[in-house]
Design a protein around this ligand. Structure first.
Ligand code: NAI
Ligand code: MG
Length: 503
C-alpha cells in the first residue's frame, strides 16, 4: 500500500468540488500578506474553499500555551490542508513552539524549502541558484527529550529512526523524480555519529540505488554547509536531518536574495501545511510594504499539491512577469534592476493584471508538466536478532580520580559481569586513561559479561536482564549514585553501541 502525497497533474474539471483549506491569517504582516495572496488565488481561478482557523499570538495570550485554539484542530483534521501565514510567538515562559506542535502532531515529516534566484531582476550573488532543501521534520534533537543529570551535565537525546530516514530520503528522491531534478545530496555527520547519522547515510545509499537516473552524493554537514554558502549553484536537492536542515535551509534562503521570497511545505501522509519561511516581521507590520512572495510561493506549492498545477503555473508566471517588469516591494528593490517600489497591494494588483502572461527571460513555471506523483510505501518493520550483551551505567560522582572509581567498581562481585571501561564525556579514562583528560561528575561505566569475548570478532557474550538488575542493586548498596542506564545490544551480531574514544 502506498500513500499518494502529490497527485497526478490533472486539469480541474469545471464541476469538481473545491478543495477545502484551513487558513490561518497569522500575526504581524500575516493578515496583510494572506489577504492579498487569497485575492490572487481567487483571480486565478483556484478551486478552493477557505475555512479560517485561529492560531498564534491571540491563542497563546488567551491561555492556549501551544498557540492553537482547540476548535482549530477539528478544522485541520477535517480539511487536511493548512495554509498558514507567519505567527508571533510571544516572549515569556510556558509557550511551546506552535510549528513544532503542528509538525509533530500531524506527522508532517518532510519540510520542503525550494530556494531560487531571480537574477537579474532580484539581486543575488548566485544567479543560477536553484536548490531544494528537504529536511526531516519530526525527530533528531527536536524530539525535545532533555534532562539535567548531575550538577554539571545536561543531556538532549538525538533520536534517528529507520522509518524516519526511509520516509524522508525516499521523499527526496521521489520529489527529484516528480520535478525533473537531477541530483540528491545527503548531508550528515556520520564520521562522528556513526550510529545515528550513520543510519541516515546508509539508508540514503540503499534508497539511492532504486533511482539510477538520479545522481546521488554525500557530504559531511560542516563542509557541505560551507560549500552551500560559497557555491550554492552546484546543488540541486539536499536531504538531511532536522537540525542540519533547519540551519542550511536558512543559509540557502538568505543567500538566495530576500527571506521575503521563499515558501515552504510541510508534508505528511495525511495532512500538509504550506507557509512562508519568514516570520511575522513585526517591524514592518501595518505599513503595507511587506513582500507577499514567500506566502504566494507557498500557495503555488499548495496548488500543485492539490492537483491544481495549471493554476499554480498561471500564478507563478504572472508573478515572474511582475518581477521582470520591475515592480518590486522595498525588500527586493534595487535601483539597477527595479522600475518602481510598490506596496503590498500594488504588487498584488500587478500580478493579477499579469495573469495569463509568461515571463520573457526567467524560466517559466511548468509544474503541470512534472511526472506527477510522489508515493511513499508503508514502512515494513525489520526483524533482527537482538542480543543483550552489557550495560552502560551512568554514575554521578563528585571525585576526579578515574583510577579510584575504576578500582572500586572492579573490586565488586557483579553477578558474572565485569567493568570493561569508564568514560567521561565519551573519552576513556579507565583503564589506562590520561591525566590530562578533564573529568566532570558524569561517569559512564560499561559492564559486560565476565566470560571472554566470543569467537566472532567484535561480538560480545550474552548477559541476561536479571544480571543487570542485580548489578544495579549492588551499585546502589555500595553507595553509587546511578543516574541512568543504557543497555548494550547487538543486532544480528552487529554492535548497536559506540565504543569509547580511546577504547
Ligand atoms: P522575521 O522573518 O519576521 O523578520 C526578519 C527580517 O526580515 C525583518 O527585518 C523583517 O522586516 C524582514 N521580513 C520578513 N518577512 C518579510 C517580508 N515578507 N517582506 C519584507 N520583509 C520581510 O523574523 P524575526 O523578526 O526573527 O521574527 C518575528 C516573529 O516571527 C517572532 O515572533 C518569531 O517567533 C516569528 N516567526 C514565525 C515563523 C512562522 O510562523 N513560521 C517563522 C519565523 C519566525
Ligand atoms: Mg529555523
Amino acid at each position: 500500500m502506498s500513500t499518494q502525497l502529490l497527485h497526478e497533474k490533472k486539469r480541474i474539471k469545471e464541476n469538481e468540488n473545491p478543495t477545502k483549506i484551513a487558513i490561518a491569517k497569522g500575526d504581524g504582516i500575516g493578515p496583510e500578506i494572506m489577504d492579498v495572496v487569497l485575492k490572487i488565488l481567487e483571480a486565478a481561478g483556484a478551486n478552493i474553499e477557505t475555512e479560517f482557523i485561529e492560531l498564534g499570538e491571540k491563542s497563546y495570550l488567551s491561555g492556549h500555551t501551544s498557540g492553537i485554539h482547540p476548535s482549530a484542530w477539528e478544522t485541520i483534521k477535517k480539511n487536511k490542508i493548512i495554509f498558514k501565514a507567519p505567527i508571533t510567538t510571544p516572549q515569556g515562559k510556558g509557550y511551546k513552539s506552535l510549528n513544532v506542535t503542528l509538525r509533530k502532531s500531524l506527522g508532517l515529516f518532510a519540510n520542503v524549502r525550494p530556494v531560487q534566484a531571480y537574477s537579474p531582476y532580484v539581486s543575488t550573488h548566485f544567479p543560477n541558484l536553484d536548490v531544494v532543501i528537504i529536511r526531516e521534520n519530526e525527530e533528531d534533537l527536536y524530539a525535545g527529550i532533555e534532562h539535567r543529570q548531575t550538577q554539571d551535565v545536561y543531556q538532549c537525546l538525538k533520536l534517528i529512526t529507520r522509518p524516519g530516514c526511509e520516509k524522508i530520503i525516499r521523499y527526496a528522491f521521489e520529489y527529484a523524480k516528480a520535478y525533473g531534478r537531477k541530483k540528491v545530496t545527503c548531508m550528515v555527520k556520520d564520521n562522528i555519529m556513526k550510529i545515528t547519522d550513520g543510519l541516515f547515510h546508509s539508508v540514503f545509499k540503499e534508497i539511492a540505488k532504486e533511482y539510477p537516473n538520479i545522481k546521488s552524493s554525500s557530504q559531511i554537514i560542516d563542509i557541505g554547509s560551507a560549500r552551500l554558502a560559497a557555491n550554492p549553484e552546484s546543488y540541486d536537492v539536499i536531504v538531511t536531518t532536522n537540525l542540519y536542515g533547519d540551519i542550511i535551509s536558512d543559509i540557502a534562503a538568505e543567500i538566495g536574495g530576500s527571506v521575503g521570497m521563499c515558501g515552504s511545505a510541510n508534508i505528511g501522509n495525511k495532512v500538509a501545511m504550506f507557509e512562508a519561511i519568514h516570520g511575522s516581521a513585526p517591524d514592518i507590520a501595518g505599513k503595507g510594504i511587506a513582500n507577499p512572495s514567500g506566502l504566494l510561493n507557498a500557495a503555488i506549492s499548495m496548488l500543485a499539491h492539490i492537483d491544481q498545477s495549471n493554476i499554480a503555473d498561471k500564478i507563478k508566471n504572472a508573478w515572474l512577469t511582475t518581477l521582470e517588469q520591475g515592480y518590486h516591494t522595498i525588500d527586493i528593490y534595487d535601483k539597477n534592476h527595479s522600475k518602481e517600489i510598490v506596496s503590498t497591494v500594488d504588487f498584488t494588483e500587478r500580478i493579477i493584471q499579469n495573469l495569463g502572461k509568461e515571463p520573457e527571460n526567467l524560466e517559466k513555471s511548468d509544474l503541470s508538466n512534472g511526472s506527477g506523483s510522489i508515493s511513499i510505501p508503508e514502512y515494513k518493520r525489520q526483524k533482527q536478532n537482538k542480543k543483550l550483551v552489557g550495560v552502560d551505567v551512568f554514575i554521578d560522582w563528585q571525585g576526579n580520580d578515574a583510577n579510584f572509581i575504576g578500582q572500586e567498581l572492579s573490586s565488586l562481585d557483579l553477578y558474572k559481569m565485569k567493568l570493561k571501561m569508564i568514560t567521561n564525556r565519551g573519552v576513556k579514562v579507565f583503564p589506562n586513561g590520561m591525566d590530562e583528560t578533564y573529568c566532570t561528575d558524569h561517569w559512564r561505566c560499561r559492564f559486560i559479561s565476565e566470560e571472554t569475548i566470543t569467537s566472532k570478532k567484535d561480538s560480545y557474550n550474552k548477559v541476561i536482564s536479571e544480571q543487570i538488575i542485580s548489578l544495579l542493586f549492588k551499585l546502589h548498596e555500595n553507595g553509587f549514585d546511578v543516574i541512568k542506564t543504557e543497555n548494550l545490544y547487538e543486532f544480528d551480531e552487529i554492535r548497536g553501541f559506540s565504543l569509547g574514544q580511546g577504547e
